[in-house]
Design a protein around this ligand. Structure first.
Ligand code: F6R
Length: 245
């Protein structure tokens, strides 16, 4: 796993936006998966600006959403789908034929998983994944104890995720289930960037990068990805010792 440390959130976000844009220049029909949440917010803004300013061809780009809260849909600010619409689909005017996201409102969430896996397989896999890390070491909604080889699945959310997740909503939400790409998808993706910023993430970044690889701390799987890249700001990198460049 490569590790890069950036001065601050802005330069980190600029780097990740460049990676997304460069991926499309190298392969216009690339499949890119991005997390929602706070970490990738600025890189999505910078990416959409870059696409517009540079005239990047996005006519064959295909986007995949990493995860969704069970029971929430695009109309709820704070849902993953809402983030994808406001950060990417609307600014890029991306037609619905060029993305697929989990429908958290579906009656049958298992069927949503089957559909997601089928679409990713038909697209020959994910070229670039941009993920964040939760305070319990989750990636997407791959919660502690998850089978590291799973593809899409529905999961009972960890207590930490239910509590920390409240930050995305203006009023208290009952968060019980998540639907997510699995770590099998992450291991199969051609390239994965795990991004984190801020001192609150320093401890989990240390565990992910320098701790034992274990399903009890899912982000540690990054150490096993042949093309995994940890991209963090100085504050999130502050506890790293052995892997620090
Ligand atoms: C969100 C997601 C989560 C977040 C993680 C970090 O789609 O998949 O795994 O990436 O909880 O969240 P932030 O970036 O808000 O700190």
């Amino acid at each position: 796993m490569k590790v890069s440390v950036f001065t601050d959130y802005e330069s980190l976000s600029g780097f990740v936006a460049d990676e997304m844009n460069n991926q499309l220049l190298a392969k216009p029909n690339a499949v890119i998966c991005v997390a929602s949440g706070n970490s990738p917010k600025r890189c999505c803004e910078l990416f959409t600006e870059k696409v517009k300013n540079n005239g990047t061809d996005i006519s064959q780009f295909f986007f995949v959403g990493l995860d969704e809260w069970g029971g929430l849909g695009p109309a709820t600010p704070g849902s993953c789908h809402y983030d994808f619409i406001t950060r990417l689909f609307e600014p890029l005017q991306l037609p619905s034929s060029q993305y697929h996201v989990f429908n958290g409102l579906a009656d049958d969430l298992q069927q949503e998983c089957v559909l997601m896996d089928k679409i990713i397989a038909e697209k020959n896999g994910i070229d670039l994944m941009i993920v964040g890390i939760g305070m319990n070491g989750h990636i997407g909604f791959n919660e502690p104890g998850v089978d590291l080889n799973l593809l899409s699945h529905v999961i009972d959310l960890d207590e930490t995720t239910k509590t920390v997740g409240q930050k995305y909503f203006t009023e208290k939400m009952e968060l019980r289930k998540g639907i997510t790409l699995g770590l099998g998808h992450l291991l199969n993706a051609k390239k994965v960037l795990l991004m984190a910023n801020g001192s609150a993430k320093a401890e989990v970044i240390k565990k992910a990068a320098e701790g034992e690889v274990s399903s009890s701390f899912p982000a540690s799987i990054m150490q096993q990805h042949p093309n995994g890249w940890l991209v963090v700001d100085e504050a999130a990198a502050s506890l790293l010792t052995s892997v620090r460049p």
